[in-house]
Design a protein around this ligand. Sequence first.
Ligand SMILES: Cc1ncc(COP(=O)(O)O)c(C=O)c1O
Length: 374
Amino acid sequence: MPLVVFAGVEITTMNNVFNFSAGPAMLPAEVMSQAQAEFIDWQGSGCSVMEVSHRGKAFIEVAAAAEQDLRDLLAIPDNYKVLFSHGGGRGQFAAVPLNISKSSDTSLHIVSGSWSKGAVTEASKYNQAKVVAEVSQKDGLNYMAPPSLENIDASAAYLHFCPNETVDGIAYNWLPESGEVPLVSDMSSCILSAPLDVSKHGIIYAGAQKNIGPSGLSVVIVRDDLIGKARRETPSIFDYDLMAKNDSMYNTPPTFSWYLAGLVFKWLKAQGGLAAMESRNKEKAAILYAAIDSSDFYSNPVHPDNRSIMNVPFLLAEESLNAVFLEKAESAGLRALKGHRSVGGMRASIYNAMPKAGVLTLVEFMQHFEKQYG
Ligand SMILES: Cc1ncc(COP(=O)(O)O)c(C=O)c1O
């Protein structure tokens, strides 16, 4: 793997490329390098980790270490189970209602963008899904105010929200005040980006493919009192009780993804944990937003109160320049900057694995581009 010196900082990149993909996203170069070294001969076994039984001692140790490292990183209280599930984020859009609501129950939803909207659509197949707050506009920008929830239905099965909307780049760090109604948080694109208080949540879930590891895996952190209520028709592999009782190995788990997630957790610990990641992530985001704000050529459509430090959408003054911007960025080794098809423009996803040098390189590229085309 090439070592690049950028702005006086030595960094390792994969092939001199900075990958801004929203997911599957770049993984830490050190983790990829270790996985490569172990790929065909894992722990001297002569096999790959993806070729060994999930029931064997060696894999069980990897699985248990990954769970423990995640528990350490997030300070997960003992009354929460950690599940390593199939089905990504959308799998949990269905698993949550199937596990903790009856079809006559109400589920409450805060819709801050595309993904929390998707969660409502899925939940409404299984229960009485009701939107209690929606993203709005303030000063012509997308804005998500803390909703007033004093009068919410206290008998609702849960309140679902998504504190970081990957497509829209909308984030918030307030927690909905839902009283006794359990909070269910889709943290697919922000988990592990900063410390969080797990005890405030009933369920936290996240598709792995941004800050955890390869796609196909999702991590579910679920409070004990919400386990054991699954409907009869819940697919067994999504039944939290069955999954917990079988250490997430009721069926064959996505072993390679689980192993790689374990390497990422160890990498995060070596980086100084989540407080260190948060300050790095904030610094990277501040650099990029400052570059956007100081230019008349680029703009960000999100209100400053709701700017995501993980996904930064930006628009060019001339939409007709999008194609050339993307083409030139690609040739400069800046990959996957195209915004989601539903919103257009650009989006730089700058998850934990993105080094500061990647953001500095992007900013330098944006400034050159503006000089040439602005
Ligand atoms: C916030 C959020 N929730 C849910 C999903 C859906 O995840 P998956 O594609 O793993 O089902 C995504 C995917 O990017 C996401 O960003």
